[in-house]
Design a binder for this molecule. Structure first.
Ligand code: SAH
Length: 376
C-alpha cells in the first residue's frame, strides 16, 4: 500500500518533557542521553531543524526528520501596544473532521522594568462558566496538548528575539484561556520543561499556575511540581462565590482554603496569590474586604485586585478607582500585601482579564509596605 506522506502527522517533539523524550529515544533503540541533547537544541536554543543539531549523528538526524518535527502554534495576528505589550492570536491544529474558528487562542507578553511576563493558554475555551469571564461565553472546545502549551513559550521567545527582545521572558503565567488544572496531564509536562535547566530553566517562583479552585487537582499539582499558585477567589463567602465562580458549588471555600494551606506546607517563605476581580457593587464593598481579610487570616498570601475588564453583553461594571483604592487600603491596614493590577495593552485590548499577566501596581508605598510585611 502506498501512503501519502502528507496525510501522516509527524510526532511533535514539543509534546515530550525530558522523561518522555528519554522513553522516545529508548523506543528508537537510541541512548537516553539524546533526550538532553534534543531538549537543549529545541528549547534552550530554539532550533527546529534537526539538521542543525551537530552533536547528533547524521543517521539519527535523518531518522528524526522522517518521523518527527517541532510544531508550535501558528501566528494568525500580532498586535503591539504603545506600552510594549504584545498580543498574538494563535491557531492550533484542527482535530480531524472539526471546522469553525474555535481552535484559536491568545497569548500576551507584558514587559515591566526588570521582568517580562508571558501569559499563555491551556485550553481552547473553558468549561467553568465564571459569570464575569469572556472565555466562558465561548464554551469549552478542547484541551491543549503539551506541545501546544510549551509551544507558546517556544514561539514567543523566537518572536520576541526577532524584535530584539532576546531573553525578555522572565516569568510565565498560565492565566490565559482555560482552566489549567482540568488539563492536568498535558499541563504538568509543560511546567516541567519550563523549569528544566536544560530547557528554559525558569525558577518555581517565576512559573505561576492560576486556578479557579479545582481542589483535588491542587493536591495532585503539589505532588508533581512546586510552581507558584494563584487562586481566583473573587468572593469571600460561598453564597457570592457560587454565583461568580460556579465551581465553588462543587469545591466550596471550606475545602478550597485547606487545599491552599496544604499547597504551601513545607514551602518556606512562599505565598499564594489570591486574585480578586473588582466588580462594581457586587464584591467591592467594605463588608467584602472585611470578610476577605478574615478568610485569609492564617494563609501566607498576596492579594491581587484586578479591575474588571468589560466585554460585550456583560452585566458587570468595573469598580470605580476610588472603591478599589479603599478596598486595597483596608487590606493593607490589616497587614496584607494587596496590589492593584495595572491594566496594560488597553489600546490592543490585551487586558481582557483572562489574558492579562501578573502585573502589579508597585507604587513606592506598596513596596515599602511589602518590605515591612516581609520583615515582620
Ligand atoms: N481558569 C484559571 C485561569 C484563567 S483566568 C483561573 O480561573 O484562574 C485568569 C484570571 O483572569 C482569573 O483570575 C480570572 O478570574 C480573571 N478574569 C477572567 N475574566 C476577567 C475579566 N473580564 N476581568 C478581569 N479579570 C478576569
Amino acid at each position: 500500500m502506498v501512503m501519502n506522506p502528507g496525510t501522516i502527522k509527524k510526532l511533535n517533539l514539543l509534546d515530550f518533557d525530558q522523561q518522555a523524550l528519554r522513553g522516545f529515544f529508548e523506543s528508537l533503540e537510541e541512548k537516553s542521553f539524546r533526550a538532553q541533547q534534543l531538549i537543549n537544541w529545541v528549547h534552550q536554543r530554539g532550533i527546529d531543524d534537526f539538521n542543525a543539531m551537530t552533536n547528533v549523528s547524521k543517521s539519527l538526524r535523518l531518522r528524526l526528520e522522517s518521523i518527527a518535527e517541532i510544531r508550535p502554534p501558528k501566528v494568525v495576528m500580532t498586535q503591539t501596544s504603545v506600552d510594549g505589550t504584545y498580543k498574538w492570536l494563535l491557531e492550533l491544529d484542527r482535530p480531524e473532521g472539526k471546522s469553525g474558528p474555535s481552535n484559536r487562542i491568545e497569548m500576551v507578553f507584558i514587559p515591566e522594568p526588570g521582568r517580562g511576563t508571558l501569559c499563555i493558554s491551556s485550553q481552547v475555551g473553558c468549561s467553568l462558566d465564571c459569570t464575569f469571564c469572556s472565555t466562558a461565553q465561548q464554551g469549552f472546545n478542547r484541551n491543549l496538548t503539551t506541545g501546544e502549551i510549551i509551544g507558546q513559550l517556544w514561539l514567543a521567545r523566537k518572536l520576541l528575539s526577532a524584535h530584539g527582545l532576546t531573553g525578555a521572558i522572565t516569568n510565565v503565567v498560565l492565566m490565559g484561556m482555560g482552566e489549567p488544572l482540568l488539563n492536568f496531564n498535558n499541563v504538568v509536562p509543560a511546567l516541567k520543561l519550563m523549569m528544566d535547566d536544560q530547557a528554559y530553566g525558569l525558577s518555581k517562583r517565576r512559573v505561576t499556575l492560576s486556578t479557579a479552585g479545582v481542589v483535588p487537582m491542587i493536591d495532585r499539582l503539589r505532588a508533581e511540581t512546586d510552581v507558584s499558585l494563584a487562586v481566583s477567589l473573587h468572593a469571600p463567602d460561598n453564597a457570592l462565590r457560587d454565583k461568580l465562580v460556579p465551581i465553588n458549588k462543587k469545591f466550596p471555600l471550606e475545602e478550597l482554603m485547606p487545599a491552599c494551606r496544604r499547597y504551601l506546607d513545607k514551602q518556606n517563605k512562599r505565598r499564594i496569590t489570591f486574585e480578586y476581580v473588582m466588580l462594581d457593587n457586587i464584591n467591592d464593598q467594605p463588608q467584602h474586604a472585611r470578610a476577605l481579610a478574615a478568610l485569609l487570616k492564617d494563609i501566607p498570601s498576596k492579594i491581587n485586585l484586578i479591575p474588571f475588564n468589560p466585554f460585550p453583553n456583560t452585566v458587570y461594571k468595573r469598580s470605580p478607582d476610588k472603591v478599589i483604592e479603599r478596598f486595597s487600603m483596608y487590606l493593607q491596614k490589616q497587614g496584607y500585601v494587596a496590589t492593584v493590577r495595572k491594566t496594560r495593552g488597553d489600546d490592543i485590548d490585551a487586558a481582557c482579564g483572562q489574558l492579562v499577566g501578573n502585573v502589579q501596581d508597585r507604587s513606592g508605598r506598596q513596596i515599602r509596605f511589602e518590605r515591612r510585611y516581609a520583615n515582620a
